[in-house]
Design a protein around this ligand. Structure first.
Ligand code: PEP
Length: 254
């Protein structure tokens, strides 16, 4: 009932020229793939070109890695929801742990972005996840609840249908150390339970929850076969078209 969603977060990688050759290669691997939603979030500089290449593709959706919560104005260096929509961007990653840790983003700021993204026609991929220190202290569930409550304040049940949650344990991002399928499933079930408290059980049952953190072709299928894992947010492995296509295929088979 929940269509799997596999998203590539290219982070600060890929020039426009690299994006063009990546797409040509990637598309040849996923030509026959159906029944899974693919999202690619390139850096801002490659969005216009990728939008032109995709031409409104239903199979591969365009994503952005961040945005600001104002529509225009004196916000040097920022990109607005309107600018993203003009290029037919459909998804926006919000609250990635690198935004939280390197750029000091708080749940309150992320909440402002979520509340502006939704009426602008952008679907947030809201990232939540605990640090290693928090997990070792047994606090991961509290951390997830705080992040979800803070980032989703004021989101209506109807709007929740357009939100994707990415559970990304910080200790698993770019480290090569992924959560075990059991750890991930446990966290996803908890995220869904919190969403049910924030909205209602039937709304929560429809929300797609991605796992992110060192997802690779070798571990994708087992992670994606867990009952509450509805997709993956992929960093490192998404930079290689063949590896990313294999992760997409692992989702189709589920
Ligand atoms: C990410 O950046 O969202 C991520 C999960 O990265 P990686 O796949 O490289 O761990």
């Amino acid at each position: 009932m929940r269509k799997k969603i596999i998203a590539a977060n290219w982070k600060m990688n890929m020039t426009v020229a690299e994006t063009v050759s990546y797409l040509e290669n990637f598309r040849s691997h996923v030509d026959e793939v159906n029944g899974v939603e693919i999202v690619i979030a390139p850096p801002f500089t490659a969005i216009a070109k990728l939008s032109e290449i995709l031409g409104g593709s239903q199979k591969i959706r365009l994503g952005a890695q961040n945005m600001y919560f104002e529509m225009s104005g004196a916000f040097t260096g920022e990109i607005s929801p309107a600018m993203l929509r003009e290029l037919f961007v459909r998804y926006v990653i919000l609250g990635h742990s690198e935004r939280r840790q390197v750029f000091g983003e708080t749940d309150a700021l992320i909440n402002k972005k979520v509340l502006v993204a939704l009426p602008s026609g952008l679907r947030p991929i809201l990232c939540v996840g605990e640090t290693l220190e928090e997990r070792d202290a047994g606090r991961e569930k509290d951390v997830l609840e705080t992040q979800l409550r803070g980032s989703l304040a004021g989101v209506t049940p109807a709007q929740m249908n357009d939100v994707v949650i990415a559970y990304e344990p910080v200790w698993a991002i770019g480290t090569g150390r992924n959560a075990t399928p059991e750890q991930a499933q446990d966290a996803h079930a908890h995220v869904r339970a919190v969403l049910a408290e924030l909205t209602d059980a039937s709304t929560a049952a429809k929300v797609r929850i991605q796992y992110g953190g060192s997802v690779k072709p070798a571990n994708a299928a087992t992670l994606l076969s867990q009952p509450d894992i509805d997709g993956a947010l992929v960093g490192g492995a998404s930079l290689e078209p063949l590896a990313f296509s294999e992760i997409v295929k692992a989702a189709v088979e589920k």
